[in-house]
Design a protein around this ligand. Structure first.
Ligand SMILES: NC(=O)c1ccc[n+]([C@@H]2O[C@H](COP(=O)([O-])OP(=O)(O)OC[C@H]3O[C@@H](n4cnc5c(N)ncnc54)[C@H](OP(=O)(O)O)[C@@H]3O)[C@@H](O)[C@H]2O)c1
Length: 291
């Protein structure tokens, strides 16, 4: 397949390129190559005659999205519309990377693909708009991910949670992490591998959840990071309302796929994925103990 990836320097796209390029002709487009908010700039998508376009571009600093709704909608909704429109014109499949933040978090058990979205912040609303625009191309995949960690780090966020925790611990900074917000930590390499399978097995078009299995609070996630790498910083649980963040966040946004297992695709547990991430990042050795 000829696959074009938008946002190629990003955290997820870096792993997508790694896993896809062994079997496919992959063209990566950086932000310098393409501005998704500008339809004319998006015409570059036609140049490589792709069979599929994967759109990973996003403005996803959740709190900043509340202050910059125009930019948020411009990138996550209008930009997504541009990519979807052009993909349809050239008969290519479009894949849009979406988020657990399309849900409101009131369910208390992992959200499945057919649960009804009800986003509670500007970022989530704009991504849901992006989902609707993506559906204008009948040949579409919407892949919902959550709480990503990958070796490249999110360019839009300046790293990832795992690296932030390790840096703080090494500087002996006091660490406070919320213990009342649940999510599914997800290794970008595992998400990329699943995306590859979805495309190669030509799964029916539609929406899929692709997160590592299980869920935890951000506090529990931090504790596990320190346990695996053998650091023992002072870390205190805190409550979301104490952080006075600009954006409301879903209290419980863990995802689960009921569709992928039907095709033999099962993602592993987040703790195992975290261990492998820390090996890949060079933080621990491969034979280091994992309980
Ligand atoms: N990170 C998470 O925890 C998380 C969770 C759930 C879902 N997601 C979704 O997963 C996707 C990938 O996330 P990620 O962590 O890999 O993000 P990332 O590292 O920030 O990568 C996004 C990429 O898109 C590019 N980009 C941003 N705005 C653009 C624009 N207007 N036009 C063209 N390119 C643009 C960025 O380039 P520059 O950096 O040069 O601007 C970057 O290469 C996103 O769609 C996000 O909404 C992420």
């Amino acid at each position: 397949m000829k696959i074009t990836i938008i946002g190629s320097t990003g955290q997820l796209a870096t792993d997508l390129i790694k896993v896809l390029q062994d079997k496919h002709e992959v063209t990566g487009l950086t932000h310098q190559n393409i501005e998704v908010t500008d339809y004319h700039s998006c015409l570059i998508l036609k140049n490589s005659h792709p069979d599929a376009i994967i759109n990973t571009a996003a403005f996803h600093k959740t709190d900043q999205c509340e202050e910059e709704p125009l930019k948020t909608f411009s990138v996550n909704a209008v930009g997504t519309r541009n990519a979807a429109t052009i993909s349809k014109e050239i008969g290519a499949t479009i894949m849009f990377v979406s988020t657990d933040y399309v849900f409101d978090g009131s369910k208390n058990e992992p959200y499945k693909e057919d649960d009804t979205p009800n986003p509670v912040n500007t970022y989530g609303i704009s991504k849901l708009a992006g989902e609707f625009y993506t559906k204008q191309n009948p040949k579409h995949y919407i892949i919902r991910l959550a709480s990503l960690f990958g070796v490249a780090g999110a360019s839009g966020k300046g790293g990832n949670f795992v690296e932030t925790m390790i840096t703080k611990a090494k500087k002996n900074e006091p660490i406070r992490v919320v213990d009342d917000m649940w999510m599914s930590p997800t290794y970008t390499r595992d998400a990329a591998t699943t995306i590859k399978k979805i495309m190669e097995l030509k799964l029916p078009f539609g929406t899929y959840h692709s997160t590592n299995q299980g869920y935890c609070t951000w506090f529990q996630f931090a504790k596990e990071i320190f346990k695996i790498i053998g650091l023992d910083p002072t870390i205190k649980p805190t409550k979301t309302h104490q952080l006075k963040m600009k954006a409301r966040r879903p209290r419980f946004s863990a995802l689960k796929s009921v569709k992928l297992p039907k095709y033999g695709i099962q993602m592993r547990e987040w703790k195992e994925a975290l261990h492998d991430y820390l090996v890949e990042k060079g933080r621990i050795h491969n034979d280091q103990f994992l309980e």
